[in-house]
Design a protein around this ligand. Sequence first.
Ligand code: ADP
Ligand code: AMP
Length: 214
Amino acid sequence: MKIIMLGAPGAGKGTQAIMIAEKYGIPHVSTGDIFRANIKNGTELGKEAKKYMDQGLLVPDELTVRILLDRVGQEDCRNGYVLDGFPRTIPQAEVLDQELGKLGDAIDVAIDVDVPDESIIKRMSGRRACLSCGATYHVEHVPPKKEGICDHCGQPLVLREDDKPETVRNRLKVYHDQTQPLIDYYDAKGILKVVDGTQEMNQVFEAIMKILEK
Ligand code: ADP
Ligand code: AMP
């Protein structure tokens, strides 16, 4: 199964994508996580991506598409994957469709996790991320068992550079301008499903399961 998670930054895409990936035993592919891992390791790709990420801007399509296609071409993605944070522009979606089409393949479903902007700003300031395994927490809504430590891998949790309110506002603007049009794009293909992302995290997951198990 090939699944795309859509939604504003902070809507809960990553949280749900990790749960879906675990349930179906398929990889969780997050372009944001790939960029952050490269920044942490000081690679050239990381240096280039950081210039955009720190300002809340999108990394250019060419670079992003290249790393995504490379990742989904790996052996573990053969039986499917959950894409989290990709595509974020119409050209990215078109390239993905073209590349899958060449293999006689296609995305099965695009799930839009719908959360209004007011809730997003609050969520982002409380988000804590594990840069090692990509898990995210929230100081109030989704706290780790031990404060400041990742439940999954035991590494320290951090407040992401780009989760500061000023940058979040930029990211929301970029989302509305460049990423929201993807909702119509997948709706026109007949594969869009919308879930109410303001519900408690397990309820959101239940709504997603109802869609995927149909
Ligand atoms: P995204 O991947 O869409 O940017 P995340 O999954 O990282 O978003 O979630 C953003 C923040 O909101 C995190 O701190 C996460 O723990 C928290 N969160 C996720 N789902 C919910 C929910 N249903 N209710 C409240 N907080 C949530
Ligand atoms: P995320 O972890 O998905 O919130 O992504 C964090 C940041 O990485 C974004 O604000 C962008 O700067 C960059 N990024 C992640 N995915 C993409 C993408 N598909 N296209 C362009 N930039 C991206």
